[in-house]
Design a protein around this ligand. Structure first.
Ligand SMILES: CC(C)(COP(=O)(O)OP(=O)(O)OC[C@H]1O[C@@H](n2cnc3c(N)ncnc32)[C@H](O)[C@@H]1OP(=O)(O)O)[C@@H](O)C(=O)NCCC(=O)NCCS
Length: 165
């Protein structure tokens, strides 16, 4: 079946909202510390309209027929306000394919127009974050050329004071 990679449009919103709930559920299943505000996720049809209208955000979709989506890639520009260079970086915000469509090179096909979009805006560096326990996603990003750069650490400080080791 021919899968079309194209920019998202407003009538994709119900399918995109379904996939956004999919990526949230996927992350929650990987690590109990990853938690989402499900009211906000359910409200995606409203905030996606705004995202689609902003010129520093862009979404590509993989359409497998009549607007049914296999997945999406949502990117945006991030301005650094602490002096790091480059001042504006490209950021991979969400990248998600339904399970049946993974491992077939679809994300690579969406990354091609995404990189063109970044380059058209003068972007030279693109970053993303990936959950430490998302082994499949992490492996895929290495294969797509993303290298380790910084590392986010986390501590839970509610309740008792954490012990030093
Ligand atoms: C990560 C993801 C976006 C990559 O997209 P993709 O189109 O599957 O990527 P590719 O087809 O180029 O495959 C990349 C690697 O994924 C892995 N992969 C292969 N089949 C897979 C499958 N069925 N399921 C998951 N990963 C698979 C392999 O390591 C593959 O590399 P290889 O082909 O050299 O063996 C996609 O697998 C996905 O949506 N995963 C779940 C959500 C996720 O983790 N998103 C990233 C959050 S940061």
């Amino acid at each position: 079946m021919e899968i079309e990679i194209r920019p998202a449009r407003e009538r994709d919103i119900p399918e995109l909202a379904r996939l956004i709930a999919g990526i949230a559920a996927y992350h929650e299943s990987l690590d109990p510390r990853a938690r989402f505000d499900w009211d906000e996720i359910r409200n995606a049809p409203n905030w996606l309209k705004l995202v689609l209208s902003r010129d520093h955000h862009a979404i590509w979709v993989a359409d497998h027929g009549e607007g049914r989506l296999a997945g999406y890639l949502w990117i945006h520009l991030r301005r650094d306000r602490q002096g790091y260079l480059p001042r504006v970086k490209g950021y991979i915000n969400h990248a998600f394919l339904d399970e049946a469509w993974r491992g077939q090179g679809l994300m690579q096909r969406m990354l091609v127009p995404a990189y063109d979009w970044f380059r058209s805006k003068g972007i030279t560096v693109v970053t993303l974050t990936v959950l430490h326990r998302n082994w499949l996603g992490s492996t895929a990003w290495y294969k797509h050329g993303f290298e380790d750069f910084s590392h986010e650490r986390r501590i839970e400080i509610g309740g008792q004071a954490p012990k030093r080791k």
